[in-house]
Design a protein around this ligand. Structure first.
Ligand SMILES: Nc1ncnc2c1ncn2[C@@H]1O[C@H](COP(=O)(O)OP(=O)(O)O)[C@@H](O)[C@H]1O
Ligand SMILES: Cc1ncc(COP(=O)(O)O)c(N)n1
Ligand SMILES: [Mg+2]
Length: 515
């Protein structure tokens, strides 16, 4: 799809444009899937969502008891009302119960182009009830797929779109993604929620050139009703914010995983497939369960820590440094601007927060709780002589990440008691970035890791030449390395980050690579 979507000519148009997703889908009376899931997913991702309803279903956790299709001229009327007036960025489709409705949508999009079209080719509900008959396949193929920026079929839908091709493995999903791409969409995501893999939920993304295997842990829960609708809405929401496609998909997948994890024990309804909680508030039995985005220890894998002196030396801005590190594969970023003026630091921190969030990478601020709050960073990293963790937790609330530098098992234990999320242990090797810093060595690191109940990131003098030695101490809660000079005291941050990422991937899992 192409076009500007918004004409933005209205006089009372304010200067603040809110990202806007229009969903065209069916209503689910149980509010687990369909329009209701789309509204909640967009709300959770901070995006406005308008709704064109194609059918009203009588539905609960047991199944679909009835479907009442909205006449296509009234679907057309709803589309016109919204698209002609409300500056839609992205359209996301769900249940389209007839080919006439598909054609109405195609016509409306020709008249009112939008920036992107996300097609979730809904056909059968998780409960096995038919939401769009087999005749819809030709409607999708002929009218919608060629216009789509991305399609997100599950295994059954991919099979139906490919004349019954059987999909029983990740390798079949790859073949299907390639064949589906030939039908015209720019990108294809084949979702593997229904694949019989007990440990991972694997989706295959194909952009016409490259495959990406996207894995998350498979959450053990009955509350998976609406995951497909929510994933597609979340992708649409991220695209509406301006994210590139792959980043949008990664953020969406992580959102589903986190939301399922938070909602895994909630009980709504008596049927086999319950709804989950998009806003992560229902299950509030522990501090961590209130989090918008749970801290994921695997984010510590390649931890980039900025240094003002180095950026100055190489003549780059902090934002350029952060962008390059993320592009190279950094999985978390910490801004460590010890001597900056608060005003300048805050401006830089706001810009970096925006960049990091666009790519689904958490941003932490070193030491400055005030700056972290003001720029809405994901959290802070503090040293032993900075503000105590307990005080920082009270100020920051339960949702922010707190990391603490620790050199000893006693400090690591205290960090856990005080409510930190991870510890940074070092200096592992001598370093210039911290004067008079006591080096703990690989043995000291191992001792702290073995004693720590929290995940650990190693820091201090680590780079391409020794990162693999560090990871090979082989303690499971050592999740990654934090680096300053090895990325930022170099001419090309992007190249160095990529190299380090490759070294860490190899050390972590030899002969295996994925996104
Ligand atoms: N139990 C689970 N744990 C984690 N992710 C899941 C789980 N079930 C499904 N997903 C993910 O949710 C998304 C929707 O997938 P899927 O259930 O296959 O689609 P649909 O709801 O359209 O049938 C995919 O990203 C999939 O990997
Ligand atoms: C109105 C409507 N739209 C979509 C779905 C698919 O969702 P799921 O595959 O999770 O049942 C549904 N059950 N109802
Ligand atoms: Mg599902």
């Amino acid at each position: 799809m192409q076009g500007n979507g918004a004409s933005a000519t209205s006089k009372n148009q304010s200067s603040m444009k809110i990202p806007h997703v229009l969903t065209i889908a069916g209503s689910d009376s149980g509010a687990g899937a369909g329009i209701q899931a789309d509204l909640k997913a967009c709300a959770a991702r901070g995006v406005y969502c308008s709704t064109v309803i194609t059918a009203v279903t009588a539905q609960n956790t047991v199944g679909v008891q009835g479907v009442n299709i909205v006449p296509e001229d009234f679907v057309a009327a709803q589309l016109k009302s919204v698209l002609s007036d409300m500056q839609v960025d992205v359209v996301k489709t769900g249940m389209l119960p007839s080919t006439d409705i598909v054609k109405v949508l195609q016509q409306s999009l020709k008249e009112f182009p939008v920036r992107a079209l996300v097609v979730d080719p809904v056909m059968v509900s998780t409960s096995g009830d038919v939401l769009a008959g087999p005749s819809i396949v030709s409607g999708f193929r002929d009218n919608l797929l060629p216009m789509a920026d991305i399609i997100t079929p599950n295994i059954k839908e991919a099979s139906a779109l490919l004349d019954g091709m059987q999909l029983a493995s990740v390798s079949d999903m790859r073949s299907a993604a390639k064949l589906l791409h030939c039908l015209g969409p720019r990108n294809v995501l084949v979702k593997g929620g229904d694949l019989p893999d007990p440990s991972d939920a694997v989706d295959i993304f194909f952009d016409g050139e490259n495959f990406h295997e996207l894995r998350s842990s498979r959450i053990k829960t009955r509350n998976t009703h609406g995951t497909g609708c929510s994933l597609a809405s979340c992708i649409a929401a991220e695209l509406a914010k301006g994210s590139p496609m792959l980043s949008a998909i990664k953020v969406a997948k992580r959102f589903i995983e986190t939301a399922l994890d938070y909602s895994k024990d909630i009980v709504i309804g008596n049927g086999p497939q319950g709804p989950f909680d998009h806003l992560l508030k229902l299950k509030s039995t522990s501090r961590k369960s209130c989090r918008q985005e749970a801290f994921d220890p695997s984010d510590l894998f390649l931890y980039a820590v900025t240094d003002p002196g180095m950026n100055k030396k190489w003549g780059r801005s902090i934002t350029d440094a952060v962008k390059a590190a993320i592009e190279g594969g950094a999985t978390i970023v910490q801004l460590r601007e010890k001597d900056a003026d608060t005003g300048d630091f805050l401006e830089a921190a706001k810009a970096c927060t925006e960049i990091c969030h666009l790519h689904g990478v958490p941003l932490l601020i070193n030491d400055r709780v005030d700056v972290a709050l003001a720029c809405d960073a994901d959290g802070i990293h503090i040293g032993q002589s900075d503000m105590p963790v307990r005080v920082a937790r009270v100020i920051l609330g339960p949702e922010k990440i707190i990391g603490v530098s620790c050199k000893t098992p006693t400090q690591a234990h205290q960090a856990w008691i005080d409510g930190a999320d991870y510890i940074g242990c070092g200096g592992v090797y001598p370093t210039n970035t911290k004067a008079n810093n006591l080096t703990v060595g690989l043995d000291g690191l191992k001792t702290v890791c073995l004693a720590s109940k929290l995940p650990v990131v190693a820091i201090g003098g680590i780079g391409i030449s020794n990162a693999s030695d560090v990871m090979k101490i082989g303690v499971p809660n050592l999740k990654g390395v934090a680096v300053v000079s090895a990325l930022f005291d170099r001419e090309c941050v992007l190249t160095e980050t990529k190299k380090l990422h490759a070294v860490l991937t190899e050390a972590n899992c030899p002969n295996f690579s994925w996104v």
